[in-house]
Write a protein that binds this ligand. Sequence first.
Ligand code: OAD
Length: 231
Amino acid sequence: MSKKRIVVLTGAGVSAESGISTFRDSGGLWEKYDISEVATPEAWERNQDLVTEFYNQRRKQLYEVEPNAAHYALVKLEEKYDVQIITQNVDDLHERAGSKNVMHLHGELKKVRSSVDEDLVYELDGWEVKKGDTCEKGSQLRPHVVWFGEPVPMIPPAAELCSTADILLIIGTSLNVYPAAGLVGYSPPGCPVYLIDPAEVNVSHIPGVKIIREKAGKGTAQLVDKLLDHS
Ligand code: OAD
């Protein structure tokens, strides 16, 4: 018999206990930085040095942190389920924990790409991109990250994946950013949906959602144990 499929939508909160700031909590990144200055195509046109430095700092931090209990619990879930992770995060903590199937909706910090040809994507060796680091067509390398105002090319495959879910888990996302937040609407009618977040999240568009008001580490480990017991 084939394994049941669990689709997991994660956001910044799943990495919070690893020490990576979320975006919209108090003290979050968008309180310290102006989105329009660092995470839009216009910001890149205006000040490539500032944008490059912002992402260099995020990438440098990524080398200093480790996956946490939530990432590892999702790996354990693979013992009995076909687990498909769709993450809004640009970190690689799901992969480093050992999850097999990880789709990045908003790009990946450890990759960069050409600023004139989006198909030219490169893995970086270290954390730093310098001015003058160029693609083979001579353009400055930009972060391989989806900025505000840019299309999200991974949405169609992510929606397709959600439509095949037997169970949907949502962990550590404020569900503020579309189109990512709209993915939950693609899960089949009657599909059980669980949401893990220590704060209140607007779930009026998710009928029947079961809310687990815990941090990701504890909440995910508990839910994974329950799902493994009941498989
Ligand atoms: P947000 O910062 O909007 O939301 C983080 C969520 O994590 C909130 O609901 C918090 O309550 C929750 N949280 C905080 N600590 C937690 C913990 N220890 N365990 C579990 N949850 C916790 O981040 P996202 O929803 O991921 O996009 O943001 C979505 C997108 O907006 C990001 O991918 C990024 C951002 O701008 C781009 O950069 C394109």
